[in-house]
Each structure stands twice: as C-alpha cells, then as structure tokens.
Design a protein around this ligand. Structure first.
Ligand code: SF4
Length: 184
C-alpha cells in the first residue's frame, strides 16, 4: 500500500493531477470489516491528503460510529478518484477509468470483508445508471482477483448534511452492511 500511495502521489494519468494539492490514496485498517468507497476527495481532503476529513467525512464517521465502527478500528476509506476534481465537480468517465486500476489494486491489497459504496461511487463500481434508490437494500458483489466481495449501496454522507430526513434510509443500509460484513 505504501508503494501504491507513492505511485498515486506521482500519477499524471488524467487531468485531475493538475489541480491537486495532494493526492488522497486512502486510509484505515487492513482486512477491514468495511471498505467505504466514495467518489472523489473534497477540498480539505485535498489539502490534508486524507479521505473524508471534510464535513461529509465527519458525517461518515458518525454513521460508522452508529454501527460501532471506525477507521481506527475496522474500516478502510477511499475514493474512486484519488485527486480532487476542480470545484467539486463530478469526475468525468475518462478520469474514473484512468484511476480505476489504483482502486482495484487497493481493494486487492486491503482485502475488505465488505464494501460500502456511497453516492455515485455505487453506480461507477457497479457500472450501472440505475438510481441509488433502486441499488439500495440489495446485496451486490464486486469481484476482485477472483474474490467476490459483498457490496452495499447507500447515500453519500454529503447528502445527509442537506437532507437529514434520509438518515433513516441510511440506517437501514448500515444494518444490511452489518449483516453482510459479519458484524451482527
Ligand atoms: Fe492519477 Fe487518479 Fe489522480 Fe487521475 S485521479 S491523476 S488517474 S491518481
């Protein structure tokens, strides 16, 4: 993972390298119960070189705490693209494609028991345009080097900042995640 982080830090495979202050590879525990995958780093993440440390990250930490989990204990956190898109725009398909090998290698090395895909990362990982509403509450899977990893979809924690009414739906998703990751 250290070697991979160095490769990511020096990567110029897509245009996002030009706007970054720091690449944001990921952080957390190896062989975690849960690997959280978001779409892209936010402004503070970009400054600190760490994923999910901006306001949505604090919300994510609260979500994890609600299921007795944390990145210090049993979670690894990462994103589809490792460099922040300017102005927090969505990553372009060409950028997602360019960065995907890093994520796949990361999953291979981290070896999570389950994946929680938040927001549009779910559609990217599952290669579908189906709305999140229809992807939630279903146990999907992602195959990485022959290993099938259960994958649960929920809303991005950033959405909960503006739409706290969706917390009940996220809670349901976290309960399903607990089940598939063997935590309950
Ligand atoms: Fe490289 Fe990914 Fe950053 Fe693009 S987003 S420059 S592919 S590390």
């Amino acid at each position: 993972l250290t070697t991979l982080a160095k490769q990511i830090a020096g990567c110029t495979a897509c245009g996002l390298c030009r706007g970054r202050q720091q690449a944001v590879p990921g952080e957390g525990i190896m062989q975690p119960s849960i690997m959280v995958i978001g779409e892209a780093p936010e402004a503070l993440d970009d400054r600190e070189g760490r994923p999910f440390v901006d306001r949505p990250g604090l919300m994510l930490d609260n979500m994890l705490t609600a299921i007795q989990s944390s990145r210090a204990h049993n979670v690894y956190v990462s994103n589809m693209v490792k460099c922040r898109p300017p102005g927090n725009r969505n990553p372009k398909p060409i950028e997602l494609q360019a960065c995907k090998p890093f994520l796949m290698r990361q999953i291979e090395l981290v070896r999570p028991f389950s994946i929680l895909a938040v927001g549009r990362a779910a559609q990217s990982l599952l290669e579908t345009q189906e709305p999140l509403d229809q992807l939630r509450q279903v146990t999907h899977s992602l195959t990485v080097v022959g290993q099938k990893i259960p994958l649960i979809v929920t809303y991005h924690p950033a959405l909960l900042l503006n739409h706290p009414g969706e917390k009940a739906a996220v809670w349901q998703d976290l309960q399903l995640l607990k089940t598939v990751s063997g935590m309950s």
